[in-house]
Design a protein around this ligand. Structure first.
Ligand SMILES: C[S@@+](CC[C@H](N)C(=O)[O-])C[C@H]1O[C@@H](n2cnc3c(N)ncnc32)[C@H](O)[C@@H]1O
Length: 247
């Protein structure tokens, strides 16, 4: 945990580490949508990686979308990781993406998984205890909208299956851009609006807490934040967006 402590801004001298992760969010997040309450439940983290994610994200990606294994290969490709890299996985849930990235950073590298849900992080810590890469994985409880790290301290940032849950997703994107070093890569998997149903996308979003992003909304937001090589690939109701932080 000492390596993560050095990345924190503002510095935190004695954070709560009793649950195996650094807890910087003792008050808990304020957001109370249906989706967010599910993420904080104790039951979902236990079935998330093996049942919930393959079923729901699989359905949203559509029959021609990438499998979970292909998705993890795609994220490694989009982030172009090298040994020694320091990576942030925003909204890591039970740590599934963070663990998939860990082999690529080598023994000198570090993957920091960040999430707001204590129950998701409990699961992440438990699952990671069985990983051969556990020495290079650390977890932090904090809000993705205001990431508690030094500017430019990460070589790569991922945010998969989560941007649509944030109450201020564009502030979260600014925060991700801030903590990435110039030339560092960002990879996102988020939702896209269902064509042909117009405002019903917004009604669905308000009821469920799952925001549906327009086709150019996330790519444009990255370009506005100075990202270059911005690219996008769609899969059903999901979109993969990636870019390189400009200098
Ligand atoms: C569906 S899970 C995604 C897990 C993983 N990234 C994946 O691709 O499977 C969404 C996660 O976002 C987290 N989350 C939602 N809002 C957040 C916020 N404002 N800050 C940090 N994490 C948040 C939830 O707690 C949940 O664990």
């Amino acid at each position: 945990m000492e390596r993560v402590l050095k990345l924190l801004e503002p510095p935190v001298t004695d954070p709560d580490r009793t649950r195996g992760y650094l807890d910087l969010l003792p008050e808990g997040p304020g957001d109370d949508s249906i989706a967010q309450r599910l993420m904080r439940s104790s039951a979902l983290p236990q079935i998330y990686e093996r049942l919930w994610r393959p079923a729901l994200i699989g359905l949203a990606k559509g029959p021609l979308g990438p499998s979970t294994a292909q998705e993890m290969a795609l994220i490694r490709d989009l982030l172009a990781l090298s040994p020694g890299d320091v990576v942030l996985d925003v909204a890591c849930g039970p740590g599934n993406v963070a663990r998939a990235l860990a082999p690529a950073v080598g023994e000198a590298g570090l993957v920091v998984g960040l999430d707001a849900s204590a129950s998701m992080l409990d699961q992440a810590v438990m699952e990671t205890g069985r990983s051969p890469y556990r020495e290079r994985l650390e977890f932090v409880r904090a809000d993705a909208v205001s990431l508690p790290f030094h500017a430019g301290c990460f070589d790569a940032v991922s945010c998969f299956a989560a941007l649509y849950l944030f109450d201020r997703p564009f502030e979260a994107l600014s925060s991700m851009a801030r903590v990435l070093r110039p030339g560092g890569r960002l990879a996102i998997l988020t939702t896209r609006r269902l064509p042909g149903i117009g405002p019903l996308n917004d009604v669905f979003g308000q009821v469920s807490g799952v925001r549906m992003f327009g086709d150019d909304e996330v790519t444009a937001a990255l370009a506005e934040r100075g990202f270059t090589e911005v690219r996008r690939r769609t899969a059903g109701l999901m979109q993969f967006v990636a870019g390189v932080r400009g200098s």
